[in-house]
Design a protein around this ligand. Structure first.
Ligand SMILES: [Zn+2]
Length: 99
């Protein structure tokens, strides 16, 4: 039995990923981060570092963004802000792109 062919796992999403990308957009727009590298390697690495330091937040995506709106007002949102800030600093100090 192939679960992947019978069910649509596209509807299983890690909400943490959406929150991290939105927070990255906010923080990378800050003046202090203006000179950060924006290449694909660095941007995806920031997301990966941040996501690996956070607890996952999986949900089935039938409720759209309602959950994400609520998540902004939880302690988890503060964890996301800290994780993204730390990831930006980490990648800046040690960029992933080829020199
Ligand atoms: Zn880069």
């Amino acid at each position: 039995m192939g679960l992947r062919t019978e069910y649509n796992f596209e509807n299983l999403v890690n909400e943490s990923e959406n929150l991290v990308i939105t927070e990255m957009e906010r923080q990378l727009a800050l003046k202090k981060n203006q000179d950060n590298c924006r290449c694909e390697d660095c941007i995806l690495d920031i997301a990966a570092f941040a996501l690996n330091s956070l607890l996952p937040l999986y949900r089935v995506s039938l409720m759209g963004s309602v959950y994400a709106e609520n998540a902004k007002r939880t302690p988890y949102a503060e964890d996301v802000r800290k994780a993204v800030a730390a990831a930006i600093l980490k990648v800046k100090a040690n960029p992933s792109h080829a020199p």
